[in-house]
Unconditional design. Sequence first.
Lengths: 267, 251
Amino acid sequence: MGKNPAWTWYIVWYFFVGGIAAGAYMLAAIADLFGRDDDRPIAKFGYAIAFPLALLSAILLTLDLGMPIRTLNMFRLFKLSSPMSVGSWALLGFGLASFLSLSLLLRDRPGALRIRRLVAVPGGLLGFFIASYTGVLLGATNRPLWAGNNWIGPLFLVSACSTGVAGLALLLARETFPRLRRFHLIAIGAEGLLLIVFLASLGSQAALFLSGSLAAFFWGGVVVAGLLLPVALSIAGRTRPLEAIAAILVLVGGFALRYLVISGGQT
Amino acid sequence: MARAILVDTSKCIGCRGCQVACKQWHSLKAEPTTFWGTYENPRDLSAKTWRKVKFVETVAQDGATRWRFLSDACKHCTDASCLAVCPTGALLRRPWGAVDLNQDVCNGCRYCVAACPFGVVTFNEETGRADKCILCPDRVEAGLDPACVSTCPTGALTFGERDDLLARAKRRLAELQRRGERPQLYGERELSGLHALYVLQEAPEAYGLPARPRFATASVLPGSLLSIAASAVMGVAALVAFRERRARKGE
């Protein structure tokens, strides 16, 4: 086993914030590429979420380094074998794409949509990468819980989708959000499914979550707040306050999931 | 040609000369230690202790207690997890096999710490960078043995061409077997071959060595493929959610 890398709050927040940015951008890109004029708010708020959060991600990652002044050493080389190396380049590209998308949206001139669509394709693909590589990175270690696990990436990806929509839900006007409702429920459902697969892949180590020291976070944060309550609320009604509460709960669940997986490998 | 260090535990007397020589040569600071039920100190390899002697007490089937020693440090793996995951290039391979660590490049991301299958690489809180045994490239490339090997008074540590050491280790293994021992060779094939070979008198686990060390990045490809599959599913789901609505509006 490797020693404890002491990846703590900066990394938990980065995984959370980076996931929201990636999820929101993916939806914004799809709205730009395949949506209609009245989908524009989705693109607008998606890009408006993605760029500042991408920036915050870079700051969090820099602060976590033992030598923050050497953060640019991440770009000395491109190394396919290192998820952190590829991830650094991807975050750079994603930050650039989200900046361009937001700028093009703010300077709304004829022809801007065409360029925005051009940026949305690589930007959206980078979004998918940002949403999931963190899980692959944890798998490529020799720490308990993480070592060799192939399901953390997919789990983080669907969580990025659900928290990305939740971020949008808090900003979008009442009449626009219903367009995302179906996808939101799909994302939450997929998250529940992948959570079960992930727990099964852990074998006896899953006890740490189910009944061990992290059980309160798991049942209260991930399962009840992140999955069950949002679904219950969406069944209960479609009023604006209920939707807002559901969105906040999904964000709480997404944060709890990152905290659990990260601290689970370091206890 | 690849070089290596051979650790013959059957010749080790636990003097800890190697541990001290390493500290001396690399100017590593002392660590406060406490008694924890054994003469072994400090407890773990660390940023200040790149090589240490493990003291292992075992009780054989005949009831006799054996005291085993293992001079432990970085194994300089061929499939080196730390090297594979290092995003900056601070960890690098010497042409003769050692996994070197360039302190001028490391930025303290700690990925190598989590990736090492042996718990060798340590984060140095004082410098904000990783630390580990680098097999004395300054000495080796000037024609000397690593400091630990130069100091070893019993021949438990030897340095040289890996192939020669492998042959020597196998001869020693046969010798010990003739004495009625059940020695094991560690490092010949593990992680495609370590640049530290061990003649062990017990099973690897008795010394705290994993029987099957895992190359950390072996999961990158399957993990990535699953993530791509999940991305495709969620992407299609998002598309369908938009399309359906368009179709409905068009009706």
